[in-house]
Write a protein that binds this ligand. Structure first.
Ligand code: NAD
Length: 282
């Protein structure tokens, strides 16, 4: 029987645990979000992250900068947040406007406040198998969900579709560290279906609705759908859920799978960074 990996339920539990932990703290952890422009989807994400932080009992601030901000202007805000002893976690909401060099902005974040784990310090440590200050939230959420359902990755063939720094690359590293044999596909990959049919675990982060149908999935595969695609039929993942469900052993829904886990991991990372900084005089 196929099991639906209920990311919302686990995320809710993690949030309640964080809320209980926050009650015991003398000082509130603080998350600062820099949001440049007015992309409506980003606005919704930023507000929901901030609301969740406040629900837990964290402080949170959104710094909304105009679309035509210069790199220097954004950097100034990051430097101020780096220096601000009350701020524990800094997040720059992506995407940034096209005239902004994303790498330059993300690299300016102090690594021990880098709540997304996107600086080369944290990302490099993750890739090397060393402990970073923070692991990127979506990949961390995927692994948490697999662990919660006791899904073993050791010796398994895993196909990760997508090679972004946000999802594809870090989740490939994490699965490798858990002794999976990982193939990382991208949009130039020629034989996706053959690779998928060899895979015990498929993580799809391509942003292509219905990319994976039942013809791509071997019996009892574990299916993790990271995709969020706004279609005329509503919010869809990359997986054709209805057709794939009967073949899968475990499968995440969209919505209600990896999305809520990502937000929960952002909150967990905020508390982790707070704990790292609380005894540190800088
Ligand atoms: P991205 O656009 O940066 O990367 C997409 C990747 O998919 C690229 O590496 C590309 O080469 C690959 N790709 C595209 N078409 C492919 C194909 N046909 N075969 C193989 N590879 C293909 O996107 P991203 O930021 O990694 O996000 C991917 C998806 O995940 C999006 O739908 C995004 O909205 C979603 N997402 C969800 C969450 C969440 O919390 N659930 C978090 C981050 C991203």
């Amino acid at each position: 029987m196929t099991v639906i990996l209920d990311g919302r339920k686990l995320a809710d539990k993690i949030i309640e645990d964080l809320k209980a932990a926050a009650l015991k703290l003398i000082k509130k952890p603080k998350l600062a979000v820099i949001f440049v422009g007015n992309n409506p989807a980003s606005q919704i994400y930023v507000e929901s992250k901030s609301k969740k932080a406040q629900y837990i009992g964290f402080d949170s601030v959104i710094i909304n900068l105009p679309e035509n901000s210069t790199e220097d202007n954004i950097l100034e805000h990051i430097y101020m947040l780096n220096e601000d002893k009350d701020v524990n976690a800094i997040l720059v909401q992506l995407p940034l406007p096209p005239h902004i060099n994303k790498q330059k902005i993300l690299e300016a974040i102090e690594p021990f406040k880098d709540v997304d784990g996107f600086t080369s310090y944290n990302f490099g440590r993750l890739s090397l198998g060393y402990k970073p200050y923070a692991i990127p939230c979506t990949p961390k959420g995927i692994i948490k969900l697999l662990d919660f359902y006791n899904i073993d990755t050791d010796g398994k063939n895993a196909l990760v579709i997508g090679r972004s720094n946000i999802v594809g690359k870090p989740v490939s590293s994490l699965l490798q560290q858990r002794n999976a044999t990982v193939i990382n596909a991208n949009s130039h990959t020629k034989n996706l279906k053959d690779l998928a049919l060899m895979s015990d675990i498929i993580v799809s982060a391509a942003g292509k609705p219905n990319l994976i149908t039942k013809e791509f999935v071997k019996h009892n595969a574990v299916i993790i759908d990271v995709g969020i695609n706004r279609t005329s039929g509503g919010l869809k993942g990359d997986i054709d859920f209805e057709s794939v469900y009967p073949s899968a052993s475990y499968i995440t829904p969209v919505p209600g799978g990896i999305g809520p886990m990502t937000v929960a991991m952002l909150m967990e990372n905020t508390l982790d960074l707070y704990n790292i900084q609380k005894d540190y005089i800088y």
